[in-house]
Design a protein around this ligand. Structure first.
Ligand SMILES: *Cc1c(COP(=O)(O)O)cnc(C)c1O
Length: 369
């Protein structure tokens, strides 16, 4: 196996599940969001661990992600968060996946007694757009026809849900506004005798910052992986993924030596250049050229020169013993130093979500417990 691996610490994952649960009000269920291969951590292993640790349901983005979990034997409820096409909807229902409804054609397809394809009762979650502006029906469009169809015997109304746009930032006003709209919808449903089993609105940030938004289920992703849902995170969370490689080559070079594509780094004095076999095709982004640090032998070193597709270079003082085969920590901690996915994200002007989901499939995941 190649030297570059992502280690997924399942013990930390389970601790993060407990950390989330300790912040939930009694009776609030945890739906663990495992979309995008569990944010790059590996959907199946993560799903198994979080369910063991007490999550009651899973969420994915795509029907195919849900089908893969079903085929691997996961029998917990799985909600598909994204909007499937009509043919994907049939596949979702056939695989006992819960789906979001808000799109009239798909809703009609599901509830139409004449519709071909749908074999069993679809478990649906009504998705309300209270201000995210992405998918979901506007509260004002929940007309009598919709309310009637929600009562169709062809569907089971499992949930009603919305999604916040600003729970992670200073968005108290906008979150409060979205809450008010959502509460109006809940009241409308109640008045019409509709009582979905689950009411859910909160992602990680909202679940942790706005207990009033927990209702009876929360959809938590990023916090389970120990990354920032907002900053700073409570200390009870720790990052689940670390990224490591090994030095493949070390060379001593004189002052004024130029390194890498574009010769963007010139050595300020005689030093060593260590090469590490990871690059942007592995998800170690080119934006970190001359702009990130790694840990070798419990010391931090700067990445120098451009990140290439498959390799990067590290600047090492002449007197430091860094040798071929030495372990390189690109994300993680060692010897009291830490390089977090969130730190790297800030350096590249992005968020930790994008860093971990961006770790390529060609990087093997190793699971430790
Ligand atoms: C991804 C997603 C979540 C989880 O968000 P985190 O910030 O990772 O907790 C929750 N709800 C929906 C609709 C999502 O798409």
């Amino acid at each position: 196996m190649r030297a570059t691996v992502a280690t997924v610490h399942l013990d930390r994952l389970r601790k993060n599940v407990q950390a989330v649960q300790s912040l939930l009000s009694p009776g609030v269920g945890l739906m663990a969001v495992v979309k995008a291969n569990a944010y790059g951590h590996g959907a199946l292993r993560v799903a198994q661990s979080v369910l063991e640790a007490g999550a009651m349901a899973l969420a994915v983005a795509l029907v195919e992600e849900g089908v893969a979990l079903r085929q691997a034997g996961i029998d917990a409820p799985i909600l598909v968060l994204g909007q499937p096409t009509v043919s994907e909807v049939d596949e979702a229902v056939a695989n006992d996946l819960d789906i979001v409804v808000f799109e009239p054609l798909i809703f009609k397809h599901l509830t139409d007694p004449q519709a071909a394809g749908v074999q069993r009762r679809a478990r649906v979650h009504l998705k309300i757009d209270t201000g995210m502006g992405r998918i979901g029906i506007f509260p004002g469009n929940l007309d009598p026809l919709w309310l009637e169809r929600l009562r169709s015997p062809r569907i089971a109304l499992e949930g009603v849900m919305t999604h916040f746009a600003n729970a992670d930032s200073c968005g108290i006003e906008s979150t409060t506004q979205q809450m008010a709209e959502f509460l109006d919808v809940l009241e409308l449903l109640r008045v019409h005798g509709l009582s979905p089993r689950y009411v859910h609105a909160a992602n990680s940030a909202a679940a942790l910052r706005f207990p009033g938004a927990q209702f009876n289920m929360v959809r938590v992703g990023i916090a389970l992986y120990g990354l920032e849902a907002f900053a700073p995170m409570p200390p009870s969370f720790s990052p689940v993924m670390s990224l490591e490689s090994r030095v493949t080559y070390v060379k001593a070079v004189p002052q004024g030596f130029k390194v890498g594509y574009g010769s963007t780094y010139t050595t300020p004095g005689a030093m060593k250049i260590a090469t590490v076999p990871i690059g942007y095709a592995d998800g170690y982004r080119r934006a970190w050229s001359n702009n990130s640090r790694v840990i070798i032998r419990e010391k931090e070193y700067a990445v120098v020169g451009r990140i290439s597709m498959d390799q990067l270079t590290v600047g090492v003082p002449l007197n430091d013993a860094v040798e071929i085969g030495d372990r390189v920590v690109l994300i993680g901690e060692s010897g009291g130093h830490t390089v977090g996915a969130d730190d790297l994200a800030r350096a590249a002007g992005t968020i930790g979500y994008e860093v971990v989901t961006g770790i390529a499939n060609r990087v093997p995941r190793i699971y430790v417990d």
